[in-house]
Write a protein that binds this ligand. Structure first.
Ligand SMILES: Cc1cc2nc3c(=O)[nH]c(=O)nc-3n(C[C@H](O)[C@H](O)[C@H](O)COP(=O)(O)O)c2cc1C
Length: 202
């Protein structure tokens, strides 16, 4: 049987049209889920930032007022610095630094430093330390991390920026000194970085 001459062309147009609709639908779903992921990531960043720096202290879009730096005092890691301003005046920075020498590797931190070099807050936002041992650095496990609040390089001399086992001011955990030692050292180095680069950050 022979197809009418116009049928193959119509079939090709139909197939082409269906393919186009398919591609458009996939692109739309991809676009929508991508923007949902971005919105979720932004909300998570903001939630973490609010833990270390009270909202009342600043009025800018802190999550997009950022600097990306790499410095030996920040472990040569690519580090985001969030800048907080009120009425366009610098108020604080939140440095997303990390301790690279945790018991199980990297411990991601948020270190909020007010303009005068005082810590507004420190939080551990990701780690792989051992449950029951090193994980007491998490606020949900213990209040150890709150000890940093209101501390500064001026208030505690450099030798005191260590765990008690090493002659410093910060508790270690029983049977787990490596994790808190790594966090204390990373916070100290972040404060030193801020002290050395304060002028360039705003
Ligand atoms: C399976 C296992 C997991 C451990 N996890 C940790 C940890 O997450 N953080 C930590 O500081 N020490 C951890 N330790 C203990 C360290 O090996 C080390 O003994 C301890 O940090 C030294 O502290 P201490 O001198 O107070 O005992 C772990 C040990 C074992 C056997």
């Amino acid at each position: 049987m022979k197809l009418p001459a116009h049928k193959p062309a119509a079939l090709a147009i139909l197939l082409g049209g269906m393919t186009l609709i398919g591609i458009s639908l996939v692109s739309l779903v991809f676009y929508l889920s991508d923007s949902t992921i971005q919105a979720n990531q932004r909300a998570a960043v903001l939630q973490n930032l609010q833990q270390v720096l009270p909202l009342a202290l600043y009025d800018n879009q802190i999550e997009s007022d950022t600097l990306i730096v790499t410095d030996s005092q920040l472990g040569n890691e690519v580090t985001t610095i969030y800048r907080a301003r009120k009425h366009d005046k610098p108020v604080a920075v939140v440095i997303a630094s990390a301790a690279l020498d945790g018991y199980n590797g990297k411990i991601a931190l948020l270190v909020a430093i007010k303009l005068d070099g005082t810590l507004a807050g420190v939080r551990v936002i990701a780690h792989q330390e051992t449950p029951g041992l090193g994980d007491k650095i998490e606020l949900s496990r213990s209040d150890w991390v709150l000890r940093f609040q209101q501390q500064s390089l001026a208030r505690l001399g450099l030798p005191q920026w260590a765990v008690k086992r090493d002659g410093g001011a910060f508790d270690q955990f029983s049977g787990a000194t490596i994790t808190p030692r790594a966090v204390v050292t990373a916070v100290k180095n972040t404060l030193l970085y801020y002290q050395n680069h304060q002028q360039e950050l705003f």
